[in-house]
Design a protein around this ligand. Structure first.
Ligand SMILES: [Zn+2]
Ligand SMILES: [Zn+2]
Length: 321
């Protein structure tokens, strides 16, 4: 998969992270503060993962609602305790009597004490609450054949959820090998790549250009293993022994670790009072979780520049931007 990610509000604006699964024509959004995403990007959003609903993290939901209204699509919103009421509140803030020709379905999944409580809202029925259900959940909220998204409940005086997106491991075709062995590309390559993802029996065969071949041997000759990318998002949490362990477990070995750093160490007392991280703490988390790159965001506007935050984090973890 081609995956890109970008912050909608930059490093000091309202938090929102867009993860674009380019070839799947699908977008995942982590928080929805004010943002500068394009209409095309907003229309592609299939999942929204909300950390908590302080206004700077949720104000942009209305724009997503507005841009999605013309689409025959399904939008799933995950969030902490209270998210059902928050979305209900947004939807009941408007009058829907002329929307019966629209085809938007919004499903909200509230995670509360290890349970998932969900409800759906259909535009053509005026977004009344329907399909209410309840069940158990693990830390994995979404799992498809291409990716999974996990969460951890952190502590911002209220629960604030951190999230990790992980692409599934996959295989690429070595095109030179393919040509040198005399094979022509075709739909069989897609089947080979898919079947190679699962454990194989030695006698499993695949038909290529009219002949049968053992999948295991084609896998070894033609395919190259590609580790799935991991993008983690952590915001608005205190740094203590409990959250430290939870964050490290969630973001371990991420390729990109987006982490808030509202404050500098010199304002540590303010960070503690408001349950936020300092840049140094973000650096410590990145180092301990052995991520590849740390990207700071949600840097307080009290600071005229962001260089001091970057420098402070880099003392703990060099690959910070
Ligand atoms: Zn907050
Ligand atoms: Zn915030």
């Amino acid at each position: 998969m081609i995956i890109t990610s970008s912050l909608g509000g930059g490093k000091q604006g309202d938090p929102s992270l867009y993860v674009d699964l380019v070839d799947k024509k699908m977008g995942l959004l982590f928080d929805c503060g004010f943002n500068n995403f394009s209409v095309a990007q907003i229309k592609k959003i299939a999942f929204i993962f909300v950390s908590h609903t302080h206004v700077d993290h949720f104000i942009g939901f209305d724009i997503i609602l507005r841009m999605s209204l013309d689409e025959p699509k399904s939008l799933v919103v995950y969030g902490p305790p209270g998210i059902l009421q928050n979305v209900r509140g947004k939807l009941s803030g408007y009058t829907w009597n002329i929307c019966y020709n629209l085809k938007l379905k919004i499903t909200v999944v509230e995670i509360r004490n290890g349970k998932r409580i969900s409800a759906s809202y259909y535009s053509h029925r005026g977004f009344q609450e329907e399909d209410i259900s309840e069940g158990e959940t693990s830390s994995v909220l979404v799992e498809t054949e291409d990716f999974k998204v996990e969460y951890a409940a952190l502590d911002h005086m209220i629960p604030s959820f951190g999230y990790a997106f992980t692409e599934k491991d996959s295989y690429n075709v070595n095109k030179e090998r393919l040509a040198s062995l005399g094979f022509s590309p075709g739909p069989w390559l897609k089947e080979l790549k898919e079947r190679a993802r699962n454990p194989l029996r030695p006698d499993e065969m695949i038909q290529v250009q009219g002949k049968w071949y053992p999948i295991q041997s084609l896998k070894e000759q033609l395919l190259e293993f590609k580790k799935g990318r991991k993008i983690a998002y952590v915001t608005d949490t205190i740094f203590d022994e409990i959250t430290r362990k939870k964050i490290i477990q969630l973001v371990r070995e991420a390729d990109l670790f987006y982490c808030e750093s509202c404050f500098l160490e010199k304002d540590r007392d303010k960070a503690k009072i408001s349950h936020h991280l300092t840049a140094r703490e973000a650096g410590i988390l990145a180092r301990e979780a052995q991520v590849k790159k740390l990207i700071l965001f949600h840097i307080s506007r009290r600071y005229q520049e962001i260089e001091s935050s970057l420098e402070e984090a880099r003392k703990e973890f060099a690959a910070t931007e």
